[in-house]
Design a protein around this ligand. Structure first.
Ligand SMILES: [Zn+2]
Length: 236
């Protein structure tokens, strides 16, 4: 029986940027005069829920106008064709990976099109606006919030991600700055367990020195080429 390498892929804002998703990062990363770091916190949600909900309502509404790009489609093609273990971990809160067809997918920072009950933990698929004061269908508490990991909160699925990294033969980071922990540390965890490491990014990232190989360019070009290469090698 053929032995197929186990793969963990991490994607970040650089993958969605080519679909036109705003990142609010870097210089001038303001939304209506607020620093995004001041809007996306549990403290802001408690202090000014209308502001925080409106920020996510607008981002959720913006998903209607965007489409998956060649990088999302290539990763979905790999997911469908790869006979070995594969986990796609995304820091993105849009739904472009699932719209492209990826299924072995973990949203470590949550999802715009999901609501979370702060009381009972129930989740509901969500489209349209989520006004403060919306009741949970499961427990009836008026406690629904965006199902997003705010600054200062624990990312989702860390145990599953760490376990997958420990088994990985190949770790690939795509379109991430390498500056936001814990995701920025995944490459070192994978290396520690013996995985080969590859970075596909527009520019060298803060973590470039940790990768065996770095390829620089747009995700829409680099990712389809890498997927073709991997699949043709697996079939050889
Ligand atoms: Zn509830």
């Amino acid at each position: 029986m053929a032995d197929h390498p186990s793969i963990v892929i991490l994607t970040g804002a650089g993958v969605s940027a080519e679909s036109g998703i705003a990142t609010f990062r870097g210089p001038g990363g303001l939304w209506e005069g607020h620093r995004v770091e001041d809007v996306c916190t549990p403290e802001a949600l408690a202090r000014d829920p209308a502001l925080v909900h409106r920020f996510y309502d607008l981002r959720r509404a913006a998903l209607d106008g965007v489409q998956p790009n060649a990088a999302h489609r290539a990763l979905a093609r790999l997911d469908a064709a790869w006979p070995g273990e594969l986990l796609l971990v995304t820091q993105n809160v849009d739904d472009l990976h699932e719209r492209a067809g990826s299924t072995r997918l973990l949203h470590m920072h949550g999802k715009l099109r999901s609501a979370l009950c702060a009381r009972c933990g129930a989740r509901a698929a969500w489209a349209g606006a989520l006004p403060p004061g919306t009741a949970c269908a499961a427990c009836e508490a008026v406690a629904l919030r965006p199902d997003i990991v705010f600054f200062g909160e624990m990312p989702y699925g860390i145990d599953a991600i760490e376990a997958a990294l420990a088994r990985a033969d190949l770790f690939v980071s795509i379109g991430t700055s390498g500056a936001v922990y814990p995701a920025a540390g995944f490459v070192r965890t994978a290396r520690h367990h013996g995985a080969a490491t590859l970075e596909l990014n527009l520019d060298p990232s803060d973590g470039s020195i940790w990768f065996d190989e770095s390829r620089m360019g747009p995700a829409g070009v680099l990712v389809p080429a890498w997927v073709d290469e991997l699949l043709s090698r697996a079939q050889a």
